[in-house]
Design a protein around this ligand. Structure first.
Ligand code: 5AD
Ligand code: SF4
Length: 480
């Protein structure tokens, strides 16, 4: 009964937006009639994969409203920023972009709209109100799906619209989406985070954990398979908590078993996992499910148990290492990637040595390394023993050197081997090459005389570069 109510409410919320989509479409149709051109849009996305996915939803709404994507470098009629605030430098970059868009007198004005995590912070919205008058629409992460309504109001009332909700509502199904890729697709399975790691702003700007219904996820993945997608990546701030809010135990593993059955989908990935929640049922699923790829992104953040406690991560260095061993044993050949923060308040040289120790012991294929950034509103921002910038930077440099040489050594072991690659298309940097990834997430650029986009092919690796592998396709039927 409660579930039916949520569904009815969902239909009501989304149908209202489709009414606004039609209304904006009438306005864009006028531009086509009068100016003989379709109005254009650009979506600029900053931050994580969740934002990438949401920028595809923003594009989907704009396409449905009669806009078309602007050619690269062309000024667009509507520019939407999907912002990130996880570190200070992300915010600075966005202010920089916004500043450059301030129109000179007499310039044709674009409509500038901003959404995303950064807008969930009241002090940021105040700053935009006061200092960035060319920004016409501001909305947050909880009401992304109301963009058609806000754009319509802005277009018809000719005034600035500020609409940021301070608490999360239900996840709304049915928002239009224009996906950037044709072979692999992001699928969000949950929103929000309950963990409150002491450095992290995400729980404040994304709200508490809310899971999508299993049936909704399955239908979406079936639709993707039906339109030719081969790989899906399930997204959530902490995917291992999937279903906790629905009162289900082992719901994430259960979901993976169901998705593994969908014809057409060849590979399944997921991110991000929290070490404290990585369950035995998930390890078993990784061992048993043929479509689940042999790669795990498992942020450890710091190797020091003392710092991990200060970070509120709820595991020790030893527990993390033990977890890695268990996963490795269950899934031979699995690759690990991770996130690491350097210079958390109070981090000593000994703490940092523990971080290096974990990096050396685990031998990650890749690590995303970050300088600790103080985020207003988080617990750690109040800690007094902040590490000086120069110390942080020096440790950061050392960490990168250690990790880069490990990554390069791992890559070197691939030379001469043949690997299975799911081909995503032509390489962005080199038109003569195709690009794709192995099951364990190695980036491979390779030559092929045929267009193999969307196919699973065998590629012989001829050279290992520090961050990617170079190869040539092995023609079907030939063994290497
Ligand atoms: N400073 C530096 N890095 C951070 N991250 C999250 N918050 C901060 C912060 N305040 C990093 C963590 C997380 C990744 C997405 O961003 O490593 O896993
Ligand atoms: Fe931030 Fe921790 Fe939640 Fe990840 S698990 S989003 S680091 S609070």
């Amino acid at each position: 009964m409660a579930e039916r109510k949520v569904m009815e409410r969902n239909d009501e919320l989304i149908q209202k937006q489709y009414v606004y989509i039609d209304k904006v479409k009438e306005i864009t149709a006028e531009t086509v009639n009068i100016e003989g051109r379709q109005p254009t849009y650009e979506v600029r996305v900053f931050g994580c994969q969740m934002n990438e996915l949401e920028s595809e939803q923003l594009s989907g709404m704009l396409d449905a409203m009669g806009y078309t994507k602007a050619a690269p470098g062309e000024p667009a009629d509507v520019i939407v920023f999907d912002t990130c605030c996880v570190r200070e430098n992300a915010e600075e970059k966005i202010y920089g972009h916004l500043g450059l868009l301030k129109p000179a007198p007499g310039d044709k004005k674009s409509i500038v709209a901003i959404t995303g995590c950064m807008m969930q912070q009241p002090h940021v919205v105040e700053k935009i109100k006061k200092s960035y008058h060319h920004v016409g629409i501001v909305f947050g992460t909880h009401n992304l799906y109301t963009f058609p309504e806000l754009l319509y109001k802005h277009l018809t009332q000719k005034k600035r619209i500020f609409d940021v909700w301070d608490s999360e509502g239900q996840i709304v199904e049915g928002t239009p989406i224009t996906r950037a890729e044709k072979v692999k697709a992001w699928v969000h399975i949950m929103q929000g985070c309950n963990n409150f790691c002491s450095y992290c702003i995400v729980p404040y700007v994304r709200g508490r954990e809310r899971s999508r219904k299993k049936e909704d996820i399955i239908s979406e993945v079936k639709r993707l398979a039906g339109t030719g997608y081969k790989e899906i990546t399930l997204l959530g701030q902490n995917v291992n908590s999937y279903g906790n809010d629905l009162g289900r135990k082992d719901a994430f593993a259960d979901l993976l078993y169901a998705l593994n059955e969908i014809d057409g989908i060849k590979r399944i990935r997921f991110t991000t996992s929290h070490p404290k929640d990585l369950s035995d049922s998930l390890i078993t699923a990784m061992k048993e499910l043929p479509k689940l790829c042999e790669h795990l992104h498992l942020p450890f953040q710091s190797g020091s148990t003392r710092i991990l406690k200060e970070m509120n991560r709820k595991y020790t260095k030893e527990q993390y290492l033990e977890l890695i061993d268990r996963v490795r044993e269950a899934v031979p050949g699995i690759s690990f990637t991770t996130d690491i923060i350097v210079g958390f308040p109070g981090e000593t040289e000994a703490d940092f040595s523990d971080t290096l120790d974990v990096v050396r012991k685990v031998r990650f294929d890749q690590a995303f390394t970050f300088l600790y950034s103080k985020r207003t509103g988080t617990k750690a921002a109040e800690f007094e023993n902040q590490v000086p910038e120069d110390v942080k930077k020096e440790r950061f440099q050392r960490l990168i050197e250690v990790q880069n040489s490990i990554g390069a050594e791992i890559n070197k072991t691939y030379e001469g081997k043949t690997v299975e690659v799911l081909v995503e298309g032509k390489s962005r940097n080199n038109d003569a090459m195709y690009t794709g990834r192995t099951r364990n997430y190695k980036l491979v650029n390779f030559t092929s005389s045929e267009d193999v986009t969307g196919k699973l092919v065998q590629v012989k690796i001829v050279k290992a570069w520090p961050f990617w592998l170079e190869g040539m396709v092995v023609p079907e039927g030939e063994t290497s």
